[in-house]
Ligand binder design. Structure first.
Ligand code: GDP
Length: 296
């Protein structure tokens, strides 16, 4: 079982100095505990290193050293810094575009894109009273088109028809046209993914992105993938200039380190987290909550 970081740091401070003070000599051990905690939470190694470097100075600051409970004060500093690095606050969806606001969903196969399109559509329809159209541009997997169609039907949301004979861009443009004519507020575009990064797939989504000029380009990623999630996020961000990230499967064992790593590597905000397979399982991302989860 993961031992709470606060308890571990208090332990370090006590054993090493014989009293509850944090000193130059035991700070190293305290920083090592922080490093271990972050690695255990699946934060990428370079991100951990950089983080510990920024914390080092603050750890010896008056706020921590002068505290009666330096272990806890240090955890407070770590927690605040993690929260700040993950954006500080919840970053909302940007829908400020001439309707329809186009949201392009990108990510690897199995990341949870189609499920998340359904979740977002439901949220936009119910909580924001938007008229939402969804469309699948995955012309390689008829099952994916069918999956979105079924999902949309269950939510009473319109799904623009796609056919495997057409090019993704043609489908998307026809959907935009339809959305304009029928006064939809938002168009959610589901795209094809592969199991791994693949040049052809990247080129295709790049073309779609250029053609559609979406107001949001959201990268959907499985939080359980750890280091791989970070590499994939970087590749997609380099190709597409993402506007945000959705971290799925946070209902699993993922400790959330991927959130910090992805934010650090791409500089893009995480906007939502997926917390179940069900359509209601989408929550806004709150950096402070994720910081607590990372620290255990
Ligand atoms: P896509 O290939 O990216 O479109 O992925 P899908 O939407 O088909 O999802 C792949 C699998 O992940 C499905 O079994 C989904 O039910 C599941 N899934 C998606 N999001 C979540 C989530 O937040 N939590 C859990 N537990 N499962 C999810």
């Amino acid at each position: 079982m993961f031992e709470n970081l606060s308890a571990r740091l208090s332990g370090v401070v006590k054993t090493l100095s014989g009293n509850a003070r944090l000193t130059e000599s035991n700070i190293k051990d305290a920083l090592r505990e922080i490093r271990i905690a972050l690695l255990e939470a699946d934060v990428a190694l370079p991100v951990v290193k950089q983080f510990v470097d920024t914390i080092r100075e603050e750890a010896l600051g008056e706020k921590v050293v002068g505290s009666l409970t330096p272990g806890q004060a240090l955890v407070g500093v770590v927690n605040d810094k993690l929260t700040e690095l993950m954006g500080g606050f919840n970053d909302k969806l940007n829908l400020s575009a001439v309707p329809p606001a186009i949201i392009l969903m990108a990510g690897l196969q199995g990341a949870g894109k189609t499920t998340t399109v359904g979740k977002l559509a439901k949220r936009l329809k119910e909580a924001e009273k938007k008229k939402v159209l969804v469309v699948s541009c995955d012309v390689y997997r008829p099952a994916a088109i069918e999956q979105l169609k079924t999902l949309a039907k269950s939510l009473d949301i319109e799904c623009f028809p796609s056919s495997v004979e057409e090019k993704p861009e043609a489908i998307a443009l026809a959907a935009v046209d339809y959305a304009k004519k029928h006064y939809f507020d938002v168009l959610l575009v589901d795209t094809a993914g592969r199991l791994t990064i693949d040049e052809y797939m990247m080129q295709e989504i790049k073309n779609l992105h250029q053609t559609l000029n979406p107001v949001e380009t959201l990268f959907v990623v499985d939080a359980m993938l750890g280091q791989d999630a970070v590499n994939t996020a970087k590749a997609f961000n380099d190709t597409l200039n993402l506007t945000g990230v959705i971290l799925t499967k946070m209902d699993g064992d993922a400790r959330g380190g991927a959130a910090l790593s992805i934010r650090q590597v791409t500089g893009k905000p995480i906007k939502f987290i997926g917390v179940s397979e069900k359509v209601a399982g989408l929550e806004p991302f709150y950096p402070d909550r994720m910081a607590s989860r990372i620290l255990g």
